[in-house]
Design a protein around this ligand. Structure first.
Ligand SMILES: NC(=O)c1ccc[n+]([C@@H]2O[C@H](COP(=O)([O-])OP(=O)(O)OC[C@H]3O[C@@H](n4cnc5c(N)ncnc54)[C@H](O)[C@@H]3O)[C@@H](O)[C@H]2O)c1
Length: 361
């Protein structure tokens, strides 16, 4: 019998959840969206029988549904996840895990209480390049990672003005929280060490300038709110002695969009990168995985060639959730890691607003 899954939120990301779940042999039996027309359009093209306007309505009817994925705007990640966990369902939730660490603490406690799996869509971990690099690091050949740089910077990538992405109360923040993928990937490569201190600055330039809007996101809302940062620079130290530099932006005078984690180990360094095409879309991008080595006294750069994945690991990450709950795979991420990540995000906003370093506890 295949696992039955329901999707909450039939927006842009729901396609990848559907593809990943079905790839892993699960059956998507229903979709809930407060916008019934959207849910209806999604289910119709895929022959999904259940269409609901809320998670509560879906759970009341779909008694044999074992898992739920949360693909709503960020503000609803915590309440929808708590509702699904307390109804005894496993949960796969989009990133960011929550608006802040306090919410994430509640979600972690709820998953423990329910004894159910809680995973997040840190899809960049599922990229073939990231898995190849993680395997290399795990083999010990890179030695200890001393330092890393995580960056997802966009020159003109504001995802629409006045919609939920740019309204702090709905999104939790701008590029710091939206583009947290490379911070998570760097921490994953470093084995999620315990953070110590963080110092950050954020900048708001260009947040009212339509020339800095990206080719993706949601339509502008005429009277909507735009009150999030445009760019962030931060530096994080860990109790282990390691350190991480962070750069995230939607609008900043950078050369071009750049998405990478670079690290320096005691035996080797490495870089996992995605270079988007000029149009900034996935299908024209180039992914790479490169090692920086000293072999027999020679300084060499060596590429690790992996299969291409235009979805940036999104399908693989959703498939891993199903394979985790069916016992066929180890989870690609754990809620305890998501809590550390949300503490780092909180510290970035805390330090940027106070102008002082933050000690993470
Ligand atoms: N992993 C990635 O690469 C990636 C990329 C883009 C977006 N995301 C994340 O995916 C999530 C959704 O983004 P999107 O671009 O699909 O958004 P979207 O705005 O296109 O769609 C969200 C949908 O959720 C519905 N919705 C809102 N609140 C709801 C609720 N309480 N119950 C039921 N339905 C509800 C809306 O009606 C809408 O149809 C966000 O958290 C975003 O950060 C992840």
């Amino acid at each position: 019998m295949s696992i039955k899954v329901g999707i909450v939120g039939a927006g842009g990301m729901a396609d990848y959840h559907y593809d990943g779940f079905t790839l892993a042999g699960a059956e998507v039996t229903a979709v809930a969206d407060m916008n019934m027309a959207r849910a209806g359009a999604f289910t119709k093209t895929r022959g999904i029988p259940g269409v609901y306007d809320s998670l509560a309505a879906m759970l009341a009817k779909e008694k044999d549904m074992e898992a739920v994925s949360v693909v709503t705007p960020n503000k609803f990640h915590c309440p929808v996840t708590l509702e699904a966990l307390s109804a005894g369902r496993h949960v796969f939730c989009e990133k960011p895990p929550a608006l802040n660490a306090r919410e994430m603490e509640e979600m972690l406690a709820a998953s423990q209480k329910a004894g159910k799996t809680l995973m997040f869509d840190f899809n960049n971990r599922a990229r073939p390049e990231a898995q190849a690099m993680k395997a290399y690091i795990k083999s010990g050949k890179a030695g200890r990672i001393n330092s890393a740089q995580a960056r997802w910077v966009r020159r003109a990538g504001i995802p629409g003005f006045g919609g939920w992405f740019t309204t702090k109360a709905l999104s939790g923040g701008g590029p710091v929280i939206d583009l947290l993928h490379m911070i998570d990937l760097a921490l994953y490569f470093m084995d999620y060490p315990e953070p110590a201190f963080l110092l950050a600055r954020t900048f708001d330039d260009f947040m009212g300038d339509k020339a800095f809007k990206g080719p993706w996101g949601i339509p502008d809302a005429a009277n909507g709110i735009t009150d999030v940062e445009a760019a962030c620079h931060a530096f994080l130290t860990f109790k282990t002695g390691q350190c991480l530099a962070i750069r995230n932006s939607w609008a900043e005078m950078v050369e071009r969009e750049a998405v990478s984690v670079i690290f320096q180990g005691s035996k080797a360094g490495g870089k996992v990168e995605r270079l988007f095409g000029r149009d900034g879309i996935d299908s024209t991008s180039i992914d790479s995985c490169e090692l920086f080595l000293c072999e027999n006294g020679n300084q060499v750069n060596q590429k690790i060639m992996t299969e291409k994945d235009e979805t940036m690991g999104r399908v693989g990450a959703a498939a891993n959730f199903i394979n985790t709950i069916t016992g066929k795979a180890e989870p690609l991420n754990k809620p305890e890691e998501a809590l550390i990540l949300m503490k780092v995000i909180d510290a970035i906003y805390g330090s940027a607003s106070s102008g002082r370093p933050v000690e993470l506890k």
